[in-house]
Design a protein around this ligand. Sequence first.
Ligand code: DAH
Length: 369
Amino acid sequence: MPDTPDRSALEALRADFRARVASARTDAELKALHDEFLSRKSGSVTGLLKQLGSLPAESRREVGALVNELKTEIESALDVARTALTASRPPAGAVDVTLPGRELPLGRIHPLMRVRREVEDIFTRMGYEILEGPEVEDDFHNFEALNMPPDHPARDMQDTLYLERPIIGGIWGAHRRDALDGKPPDAQVRAATLLRTHTSAMQIRYMQTFKPPVRIIVPGRVYRRDNLDLTHTPMFQQFEGLVVDEGITLADLKGTLEAMVQALFGSNAKVRLRPSFFPYTEPSAEVDISCQGCGGRGCAICKHTGWLEILGSGMVHPAVLEAVGYDSERVTGFAFGTGIERIAMLKYGVDDIRLFYENDLRFLEQFPA
Ligand code: DAH
């Protein structure tokens, strides 16, 4: 700042102020400008006013007027800028609708649900009906009608959880009274005493309610008295398949399972039927698929056999057909049942079934959204 203010020094100061006030964007910047030019102790314009006294009388008047004019201009420009800033500020609590949206974390389908839906899609395309049944069951539907009378040793394979007190449960089919000739499904009103050990119980309920032909898939939760380990949880999920009609053969069973396995695991997957035993099928077969780890050559996953067991199946036992009032001389059928966890473990290479129920996001996020 020159010791004696002259016109050009004043104009330089004015130009500096105008440029700076035009670019000020905040209250703090305006306050800093005010202090720099007008503060009582160190403001540059204030300094000029203080120097007026030392000017010769003849120029004091003229310069004084110019400095005062600059001071007034600065004050009113700061006022205008402050007012404009306040006016442009959104009211408290206002929402800026121009902000981009915040991304919401998107959940994904649980791997077990993915497998279940995939299976449902496969069989829907083949013309099957998908339905669920009751999880609290009675002894008749879960065991007896499936050819497992009270002391049958096959019951030992599926120890279950019993209710403390029987309840009226397990009623199914009431929603389809039309199929029951208007009668309530009395045959199904029994005291439920247990949690079903397999979805096979629905074979019986369905056949009690509907006449052949039958073509159903029953997904759902089942329960067993098992302790948690790598391959067991006391609650798990299955799906049951049942087809009954005239002329159904073992070839239909194998073809159907092959179609299912290839849809689930790819067209190179092979199926093998191994003789086995289930009380409700005759003959019975355990079904293996070619090992997905080694393509069937043999590896640690398949214990060097090239095959992995995925389900139980067979031709519906005549005693089961008779238990629901079907004519076993006229119709035949096949059935199969498998664990959804088991399929998911093979499909996704999961080696511990408990992971499906721990809901650890680090596990779940590895599956496609
Ligand atoms: N219910 C059997 C289980 O839970 C699986 C099964 C085997 C179902 C053979 C069937 C079948 O329908 O025919 O282990």
